[in-house]
Design a protein around this ligand. Structure first.
Ligand code: SF4
Ligand code: SF4
Length: 140
């Protein structure tokens, strides 16, 4: 969601996908590296990393050279260490419109989330897909 306003951009910024799937997003190592390099502690604090030895570390404590030992990332509450129920980066800007608060550096899986493109994430509740008659288009 929350792509630039392009003529062929069908996302209606309803935020439904983010509200449902947002707490389960996982960044790539490249995403985390970018956040580390740019000092984005506001983002890093919401993720934990699992090392190949089975230990877990908050992403905010990572350095770029640590990433080679990380096998997965997951979102977690920085206060409790537990699960989150709403993506902390989702911003409601009007009654029916939502934007991503970290749009320019959001996780790759959010960037490629296009239910209206054939072979991408299937989400039949996406209004943009419904508007297209539930007919996916081929990737451009
Ligand atoms: S559900 Fe569809 S229209 Fe709504 S924000 Fe997600 S991709 Fe955009
Ligand atoms: S990071 Fe942004 S695009 Fe991804 S789920 Fe959260 S609000 Fe949505």
């Amino acid at each position: 969601m929350d792509m630039p306003e392009l003529d062929d951009e069908p996302c209606e910024q309803c935020g439904l996908c983010c509200r449902i799937f947002g707490p389960g997003i996982t960044p790539t190592a490249a995403n985390v590296y970018t956040w580390i390099e740019n000092g984005r502690t506001d983002i890093l604090r919401w993720f934990a990393a699992n090392r190949d030895d089975g230990s877990r570390v908050p992403c905010i404590a990572l350095h770029g050279e640590d990433l080679g030992n990380i096998v997965s990332f997951e979102m977690c509450d920085p206060e409790t260490g537990g699960f989150v129920t709403v993506c902390p980066f989702l911003r409601r800007v009007s009654r029916e419109r939502y934007l991503c608060g970290i749009h320019s550096v959001k996780p790759e899986m959010c960037c490629t989330y296009q239910p209206w493109v054939w072979g991408e994430t299937f989400f039949n509740r996406c209004p943009a897909l419904k508007k297209a008659g539930n007919s996916c288009r081929w990737p451009l």
